[in-house]
Design a protein around this ligand. Sequence first.
Ligand code: COI
Length: 332
Amino acid sequence: MKIIAYGIRDDEQPFVKDWATQHPDVEVTSVTALLDEQSIQQAKGYDGVVAFQQIQYPDAALQTMSDFGIKYLSLRNVGVDNLNPAKVKELGIKVTNVPVYSPEAIAEFTVTQLMNLLRRTKEYNAKAANQDFRWAPQISKELNQQTVGVIGTGHIGQSAIKIFQGFGAKVIAYDKFHNPDVEAQGLYVDSLDEIYDQATVISLHIPLFPETEHMLNAAAFQKMNDGVFIVNTARGPLIDEQALIDALDSGKVAGAALDVLEEETRLFNQDFSGKTIDYPVFQNLTARQNVLVSPHTAFFTDVAVKNMVNGGLDNNLSLIQTGTADNLVTFN
Ligand code: COI
């Protein structure tokens, strides 16, 4: 059996090596290139493909993969929004993801960034760097006083809820699909409007679908409490960035922590030191003392990366051996 793994970073290499040692009957080839029209040529003769990338998987690469007789594609991450569902279905490619590589990694980062917003650490660090050690005017807020509206109660949302509650915050939640544990605690409200009406913090934990794109737009911000805090560790396009800028300008939004941006794929996990970045919205947001921009790093922990590599390879092997796997993705 032969598996080819695309986009393997240096930090993933040791985990790929360990997995290969534990599976001597499988030939694993790792390549650093992302999966595209050129790199897919290397997959000829392999039984399955493992991949992880934030940019779009090109239809042409999927076509070539299928022409080579490869029907199994295992993603090492959870989101499948960069695959064209119509093409996957047309080609009959079976896709798996790793839905629970470490929800805690993302949830912990979510709360870290919210705490940084509430305690105004960006401002204090900047002042301290200039030897300005005065307290005022950066008076902070306490998490235990907040009503956190969690939108999306999958694995990550549930983990975030537990941590928010551990800090003593009141949590309310919204999701089209109710989770029994969250339901049992009576946390669900019936509409997003109720979240906007009650929450002093809004934390996004939902996937990107056409119907969730720009869910936080001008109309949504208008319905929120004055001085609301926004945390997005899910997907950039969930927020209309210009509408967020307007809401920050008006004071409707008191602060935002953004681990994801609409156009992040041309920036994040790349070194732009000394280079000019042509993304005015990015500059506008990063210049603000009450906005924290991080490079889609919530997932990036030792535990998560190991589980992503192992999960991707395990799923691919299962597909090759049995034609199915635990984490098959259904495209509607
Ligand atoms: C995911 O697993 O879908 C993530 O958001 C992690 C990522 C860097 C793509």
